[in-house]
Design a protein around this ligand. Structure first.
Ligand SMILES: [Zn+2]
Ligand SMILES: [Zn+2]
Length: 333
């Protein structure tokens, strides 16, 4: 009765797999996940660069440097969605074979007999057409490996190129500083251009660029320090985001090298870098509204609790210059 269904099951058994394409984000990056159970770091890689790896090539986790064949980097979300689509696909095929079998059977029944038998199939699902597996939204921090040119993207900190394992901290830091300096340099141009449409928008756009640039300085510095520390002291661990705090960070270097920010900057510079890091902390955690903690830690008497801090282009340029001095010293170590 169900010849079609038998054929289908045979066919499924012999093929044993279907292929489901994986979608990329708007920038052409593919989601990947480390298969080391202790890590599970999620990152993205440019699809063209990923496609250069053959099946047996090994890729590396940008965070923990776990190595695995290029087949084993699917994210949990991709596997779940693939499984779901596979189920729906086969369910649709089986159901349509059942419906066809029932139809064929019914059409062969004669109307003349005393007993009439007909088969009805209910609760079936429609055919499922395989769609590319969806991608997560883009990641801001993009890195291009200096050695093999692989383009990848991460959130937070990572250390290694997923294709060749090159530790890319230095060039990423330099790239970030250049990007920030370019943005600050172009503020007058951007302000002028947007002012021709709307003065309020010109102000908020420029303020937002300046404030996010301050945050980007701190993230770039934090990442550089983490990678450098891991290189110099592979057996030691660092507390999460420790280098976003000048005092904590200074202590790690002091313990390692016997000298630190106090020796590498003069008093004014050190006070300035502390102040700018604290301002960035406020932007990140209180949307820039001053609290008592800020006044105490930054030793800044120019604000009262409840005021909103003001960040200018010069603040960002100063911070770029100061963290460049510090990373310059660390590169020499
Ligand atoms: Zn990992
Ligand atoms: Zn590389």
């Amino acid at each position: 009765m169900f010849e079609e269904l038998k054929r289908l099951i045979k066919d499924i058994e012999s093929k044993n797999r279907i292929s489901i394409p994986i979608g990329v984000d708007n920038e052409g990056y593919l989601d990947r996940e480390c298969s080391n159970e202790d890590c599970l770091f999620q990152f993205k890689i440019n699809q063209d660069d990923w496609d250069k790896l053959s099946k047996n090539d090994v890729a590396l986790c940008p965070l923990c440097r776990h190595e695995a064949e290029s087949e084993s980097w699917h994210s949990k979300e991709q596997l779940d969605e693939g499984l779901e689509q596979g189920k729906k696909y086969y369910q649709g095929l089986i159901d349509s074979a059942l419906i066809k079998g029932a139809k064929d059977f019914n059409s062969k029944q004669s109307n003349n007999g005393f007993v009439k038998i007909s088969v009805k199939v209910s609760g079936t699902k429609p055919l499922h057409y395989i769609m590319p597996i969806s991608s997560k939204e883009e990641m801001q921090l993009k890195i291009q490996c200096k050695i093999c040119n692989t383009r990848y993207a991460i959130i937070g900190s990572a250390f290694f190129c997923p294709c060749c394992g090159h530790n890319s901290a230095e060039e990423t830091f330099d790239n970030s500083m250049k990007k920030i300096q370019d943005k600050i340099k172009n503020i007058p141009l951007i302000r002028k251009a947007v002012e021709t449409i709307n003065k309020d928008e010109a102000e908020t756009t420029c303020r937002s660029i300046i404030e996010t640039s301050l945050g980007e300085c701190v993230v770039a510095f934090q990442r550089f320090c983490e990678v450098t520390y891991l290189k110099k002291a592979p057996n030691k661990s660092v507390k999460f985001n420790a280098f976003q705090n000048i005092e904590f960070g200074a202590k790690y270097w002091k313990d390692l090298f016997g000298e630190s920010y106090e020796e590498w900057l003069n008093n004014n510079e050190l006070a300035r870098v502390k102040l700018l890091f604290q301002k960035r902390h406020l932007l990140a955690h209180t949307e820039g509204i001053v609290d008592q903690k800020y006044i105490d830690k930054a030793n800044d008497g120019s604000y009262k609790v409840g005021q909103r801090i003001v960040i200018k282009e010069k603040d960002v340029s100063d911070l770029v210059n100061l963290i460049k001095i510090l990373t310059g010293k660390l590169k020499e170590k």
